[in-house]
Design a protein around this ligand. Sequence first.
Ligand code: PGA
Length: 252
Amino acid sequence: MARRYVIAGNWKMNQTPAQTKEFITALAPMVAGKDNCDIVLCVPFVDIATAVEAAKGTNIHIGAQNVHFEEKGAFTGEVSANMLKEIGTEYVIIGHSERRQYFGETDETVNKRTKAALAAGFKVLLCVGEMLDARQAGITDELVAMQVKLDLAGISADDLKNVIIAYEPVWAIGTGLTATPEQADETCGVIRATVAKLYGEAAAKEIIIQYGGSMNDKNAADLLAKENIDGGLIGGASLKTDAFTAIVSAAQ
Ligand code: PGA
C-alpha cells in the first residue's frame, strides 16, 4: 500500500486568533485541490476554535501541539483530550523536542500522552530526534530507536495506525541547518526498522514517517523524494503561506 504524504505545520507559540483566521483564509485557496497529501496546521490552543472554523470546507486539518494524559483534574495549565476533541481538533503533536528540552517532557510522559490521545481518537504526530552531541558521538540510531520503543510502549498495532512519527534532529530545528536528504532518509529508515521489530513488516511499510527541521520551500522536494520520508513537520516555513504552499506542492 502506498503511503500518503502528510505535510503538517507546527506554528509553535505564534499567531493570535485574528491572525489565524487571516492566515487560513489566505492559505485555503492556495492549497485547494492539492489532495495528494494530508495538510495539517498545529496551532496554539487558543487558536484552535478559530482555525477549525476557518478551515471548514477546505482540505486543511487542525491539530494541537500537546495534550495531557488525564481526563480532568488539578493540572494547572494543561489541556485534556476531550477538551480538544470537542472543539474539532483532529491531530496532536506529542513529544516535540521543545517540550522535552524546556518543559521536562520525558519518554514516559510522551508515552502517557500518546496513549490518551489515541484513546480519544486523535491522530498523533509523535516527535523523536537526537541532539547534536548524540549525532557527533555516532549514537543517533540507538538513541532514536530507544525513543521509538519507549514512546510506543504498550500501544497496540491497531492504535499504531493513527500514529505518525516525526523524525526531527534537534540540531536542525529552527537553525537553518537541515539534515541532508541522505541523513534524514537513513534515520527515518532506522525508525521504520524499529517499527518492524515491534509490530512487523506490514506495519512498518504502512507507518508514515515525517522529517522535520528547517524544511522549507527550497529543500522539501529533495527530502520528500526519499524512500523513507513521507512528509514534513514544518515550523518556520509554516508561518508563510507561499512557503507552506510550495512544500504542499512538493508532496503531490
Ligand atoms: P523548523 O521547526 O521547521 O522551524 O526547524 C520544525 C519543528 O520544530 O517542528
